[in-house]
Ligand binder design. Structure first.
Ligand code: NAP
Length: 535
């Protein structure tokens, strides 16, 4: 596929994408809204019906065996073709995503780079082959007292996967985002539920995937895009018997609703929901003494980036009270007061943010340290920094709730030991950050066992916003950070969410999958008699 042939028609029709075709929805129409103006954007999108969902899932199930039997090279080339087709959308995609999300152009361009990079990373993962988890324990007919059978294992994909696009990453965690890339890499057809905040962006990317399916000669059911306004479409998708797993990023309430639907199905299925996290920042004493003002300034930079609409936004700061904390407080307060109000993704997210901030402002044991500059646009929000004491923090669990946006709460702790007490009181988190210097090793050592239990990623002297897409990344954590702490939604380990092991006992060589035959024709890493190699 050369560059010219990869250029796509970027017309948005408002259709669903099912079975390789554009399908007109028959339910209530809705428009995307430009959050900068609060005005609707054309064209209208006619919502899908539960019949549309059923059709998409049934085609996905039909496509499953053919898709999962594609060679490593075919599947990797498919992911690369999606990346090429997305780039082929050019500025039309960038412009539409900026208009629907209110996010600035450099951010959206960066997100496109990350989206394409994720697809290419998973293509390399597919080719490398260790995700197949091939294990071979050869027969031992002479073993006493009992002979051993020939036992071999490989991972196979779960089946069609439902993916919910995230509002806060219209490209990198939406239609062709991390969940879709990892599910397709595993060999699972994907039915995406478009996020209603960016339906045009979703359609464009969906068309790019649909075209890549055609380019690669794959069955049309490998990918579908459904959407609508209201919970019925997402609910029907998770309940559909052909769907075997779910990937979701969004609110705790939404994620738990999907977990509940999945759990009461005749065949319950795993839901990988990434939901809510306040990403505590621990300011350890030596670091606070040496560079409190710098940390304060940089912390506000992280807090206000992208209007704070990151799942890794640092919404909680824990530090020992005293003079050293004041340099941090003054610097953070000065910096936040200069922070411009920024446009939020949707009116709903803005009003959830405002009500969270109002709760903090009205709380009898919370003081407002400083607010950012006042809102100008209709869907803007101003940053907020608040402070409380440890006793209040421990006694009111509402102070541990996520306020999605640029709001953070500082907790003044009476002594070093109480940092650990505060850590123990936390729910599960995506991240926990230590700002520390050499003199803080002892405190860090006492905190680390707690933080390992609480968080998916522990960082030192950085800020949690900005998640590298690589092999060792964990973007996950105990509830409510996610509904399943055993994996990650960012990075190549994410593929494991959509795989399960199958064991073959005494199958003839000719019947075994290629990955488990005696000759390692795929040249993949395999564990033979317990030892990993390429034999
Ligand atoms: P959301 O309301 O949870 O919606 C996410 C997706 O799930 C949408 O496609 C939504 O579509 C669907 N959905 C929600 N509830 C459902 C239900 N009961 N049944 C079926 N489908 C359902 O999240 P959002 O719209 O992105 O933002 C709302 C809030 O989520 C934010 O204010 C913030 O608190 C939180 N959020 C957190 C993160 C994070 O990473 N921690 C990221 C984004 C948002 P329909 O509404 O069309 O059904």
């Amino acid at each position: 596929m050369n560059d010219a042939s990869s250029t796509l028609d970027a017309t948005i029709t408002g259709d669903l994408l099912i079975g390789g075709e554009a399908v007109a929805g028959r339910d209530n129409a809705f428009n995307a809204v430009d959050p900068k103006t609060a005005k609707p954007i054309d064209p209208p999108f006619k919502g899908g019906t539960t019949d549309d969902v059923a059709k998409a899932c049934s085609l996905a199930a039909d496509a499953f065996d053919a898709y999962r039997e594609t060679t490593l090279e075919q599947r990797a080339a498919f992911l690369e073709a999606i990346a090429t087709r997305i780039l082929g959308l050019g500025d039309a995609l960038i412009d539409r995503a900026c208009t629907e999300s209110g996010l600035p152009r450099p951010r959206i361009e960066g997100e496109r780079g990350r989206t394409v990079g994720q697809l290419r990373l998973f293509a390399s993962v597919i080719r490398e082959g260790s995700w197949l988890g091939a294990r071979i324990d050869r027969a031992q007919p002479e073993r006493k007292p009992m002979p051993r059978a020939d036992i071999r294992l490989r991972m196979i994909p779960l089946g069609p996967v439902a993916v919910f696009g995230a509002s806060n990453f219209p490209l990198a965690f939406s239609v062709a985002g991390g969940d879709t890339a990892s599910a397709l890499a595993a060999g699972c057809p994907v039915v995406v539920k478009a996020h209603p905040a960016h339906p045009g962006t979703s359609e464009l990317v969906g068309r790019a995937i649909q075209q890549a399916v055609k380019d690669c000669g794959l069955p049309a059911g490998v990918f579908a895009l459904v959407g609508g306004s209201g919970n019925a479409i997402g609910g029907a998708l998770v309940a559909n018997p052909h769907i075997k797993a779910v990937g979701f990023t969004g609110s705790r309430r939404g994620g738990l609703a999907l977990v509940a639907i999945a759990a009461v199905r005749p065949e319950p299925i795993p839901v990988y929901a990434e939901m809510s996290s306040i990403n505590p920042l621990f300011l350890l004493p030596a670091a606070l003494k040496a560079r409190g003002a710098t940390i304060g300034r940089d912390f506000i930079g992280s807090l206000t980036m992208g209007a704070g609409q990151f799942c890794t936004n640092p919404g909680l700061v824990l530090a020992v009270d005293g003079p050293d904390l004041e340099a941090f407080m003054t610097s953070a307060s000065d910096t936040i007061q200069n922070a411009a109000a920024l446009t939020m993704l949707t009116g709903g997210i803005q009003s959830a943010y405002k009500s969270g901030v109002e709760q903090l402002e009205g709380h009898k044991n919370v003081k407002t340290v400083a607010r950012g500059q006042a809102e100008v646009g209709p869907v803007e929000a101003r940053a907020g920094l608040f402070v409380t004491d440890l006793t209040s923090f421990l006694s009111d669990e509402r102070l541990r709730d996520e306020v999605f946006g640029s709001s953070s709460l500082v907790v003044r702790c009476p002594d070093v030991g109480s940092l650990r007490v505060a850590a123990e009181a936390l729910e599960g988190q995506l991240t926990a950050t230590l700002q520390m210097d050499d003199g803080d090793h002892e405190v860090a050592r006492s905190l680390l066992p707690v933080l390992e239990r609480k968080a998916g990623r522990i960082l030192v002297n950085g800020f949690p916003t900005g998640v590298e897409v690589c092999h060792a990344m964990v973007h996950g954590g105990p509830y409510p950070a996610t509904s399943d702490p055993r994996s990650t939604s960012v990075g190549s380990l994410a593929i494991e969410r959509f795989l399960r092991p199958v064991c073959y006992q005494d199958l003839a060589e000719a019947l075994l999958p290629v990955s488990l035959q005696n000759t390692n024709a795929l040249a993949i890493p395999r564990r033979i008699e317990g030892v990993i190699g390429k034999d």
